[in-house]
Design a protein around this ligand. Structure first.
Ligand code: 5GP
Length: 190
C-alpha cells in the first residue's frame, strides 16, 4: 500500500493494540506526582531520567511534582533495536551534575529483566546521594532476572509483551504515540 492510499496514521496503526490510553496514563502519572510531592516535601530532589525511553514520562511526571527539584539524564545501552534483552549494559552518557547529598529518583520507562536498572543503581550508589529510589512507568515482572530489585513508584504492571509509545520505541519508532500499545507483529520497513 502506498503512503497516499494508506487509511491509517501512526496513531491508528492496526498493528498496535492499546494497553493504556493517554487519559489513563495522565491520571496515573498525576497520582505518582502527588505521592512524590508528599514523600519529598523537605528533600533536595533530583530526577534522573534514563534516556531515551523515559523522556515523555519524566517530562509529564515532573510537572505533577509540586516541589523545588532538578533533573538530569543518563543514557545506557539496552535493547539496541532488538526485542530481547542483551543483558549488556554500558553507560553512554553520564550525569552532568554531582548527586552527592541529594535525594535521587531514577526515572525509567520500563523495568523488564531489571539488568539495566540494577547496573545503573550500582553505579549511582557510589556517588554519595542522600537517598536513591526508583520510579518506573511500567513494570514487566515476568521476565525479571534481578529478583531483589525494589521499585518505589510504579505506574502500571504489564504482561510479558513488547510495548511501544509514550517514549518507548521499536527501532526508534513509536516514541511519539500518546498511548501505550502492544506491538502485535514485528514491523516491516515501512
Ligand atoms: P531491562 O534491562 O530491565 O531488561 O530493560 C530495560 C530497557 O529495555 C528499558 O529501559 C527499555 O529501553 C527496554 N525494554 C524492555 N522492555 C521493553 C518493551 O516492552 N518495549 C520497549 N519499547 N522497550 C523495552
Amino acid at each position: 500500500m502506498t503512503t497516499e492510499t494508506k487509511k491509517y496514521t501512526e496513531f491508528t496503526n492496526p498493528n498496535l493494540e492499546i494497553l493504556f490510553t493517554a487519559e489513563q496514563i495522565k491520571e496515573r502519572v498525576a497520582q505518582l506526582g502527588k505521592q512524590i510531592t508528599k514523600d519529598y516535601a523537605d528533600k533536595d530532589l533530583v530526577l534522573v531520567g534514563v534516556l531515551k525511553g523515559s523522556c515523555v514520562f519524566l517530562s509529564d511526571l515532573m510537572r505533577e511534582i509540586d516541589l523545588k527539584l532538578s533533573i538530569d539524564f543518563m543514557a545506557v545501552s539496552s535493547y539496541k533495536d532488538a526485542q530481547v534483552s542483551s543483558g549488556d549494559v554500558e553507560i553512554l552518557k553520564d550525569l552532568t551534575h554531582p548527586i552527592r547529598g541529594k535525594d535521587v529518583i531514577v526515572v525509567e520507562d520500563i523495568v523488564d529483566t531489571g539488568l539495566t536498572l540494577s547496573h545503573l543503581l550500582e553505579l549511582l550508589k557510589t556517588r554519595g546521594a542522600n537517598s536513591l529510589k526508583v520510579a518506573t512507568l511500567l513494570d514487566k515482572p515476568e521476565p525479571r532476572v534481578v529478583k531483589n530489585l525494589k521499585i518505589d513508584y510504579c505506574g502500571f504492571q504489564i504482561p510479558n509483551k513488547f510495548v511501544v509509545g509514550y517514549g518507548l520505541d521499536a527501532a526508534n519508532r513509536y516514541r511519539n504515540l500518546p498511548f501505550i500499545a502492544v506491538l502485535k507483529e514485528a514491523q516491516s520497513a515501512e
